[in-house]
Design a protein around this ligand. Structure first.
Ligand SMILES: Cc1cc2nc3c(=O)[nH]c(=O)nc-3n(C[C@H](O)[C@H](O)[C@H](O)COP(=O)(O)OP(=O)(O)OC[C@H]3O[C@@H](n4cnc5c(N)ncnc54)[C@H](O)[C@@H]3O)c2cc1C
Length: 141
């Protein structure tokens, strides 16, 4: 039976990055994954020719931030990420583009009107505070 310094349960992005980091620091690591593929939530599948992403690439962004820093520090080869257009929500009515500005958001009828109004107000407030450098970093938008 081989010996390991660390056994990581789960090959999602957290487990894989932990295992990679530990192994780069000389630890012998075993990753146990119950599924047939690794990646966990950070994966994708295809529906009618559309790639459906299920992971952290939509909001986190891959050009900067903590994931980027980990990749730069620990990856031997850092992948080149390419923007590939818009994101869509799939409902029984079909596909609707996810809004990328406040005007589109106001028309985004996937979300009930009342909620859109509340969210628009919160977003406007957050954007305004951010523009004046008054947004407290520890407050959730
Ligand atoms: C649609 C969607 C969009 C998202 N967008 C963002 C985003 O923009 N930004 C962001 O930061 N985050 C986002 N997230 C969240 C992000 O994807 C998750 O936080 C992250 O992928 C979680 O990684 P994880 O490794 O902790 O867990 P998981 O991805 O859940 O991985 C856990 C792994 O452990 C395995 N496992 C579980 N139990 C066992 C066991 N007993 N034995 C062996 N293996 C086991 C599972 O099969 C799985 O592979 C999004 C999530 C979703 C679903």
């Amino acid at each position: 039976m081989p010996e390991y310094d660390v056994i990581v349960a789960g090959g999602g992005i957290s487990g894989l990055m932990s295992a990679l980091t530990l192994s780069k620091h000389g630890k012998k690591v075993l990753v146990l994954e119950k599924n047939s593929i690794v990646g966990g939530n950070c994966n994708s599948y295809n529906v009618d020719g559309f790639q459906v992403d299920t992971g952290p690439h939509a909001i986190t962004h891959l050009r900067e931030g903590p994931l980027r820093r980990l990749m730069d520090e620990y990856f031997t080869y850092v992948p080149v990420f390419v923007d590939y257009g818009h994101y869509y929500v799939r409902t029984e009515k079909g596909l609707t583009k996810i809004p990328s500005n406040l005007k589109e958001f106001a028309m985004f009828d996937v979300i009930p009107r009342k909620d859109r109004l509340l969210l628009s107000q919160a977003l406007t407030k957050a954007l305004t505070l951010n523009a004046f450098d008054m947004l407290e970093g520890n407050k959730s938008v």
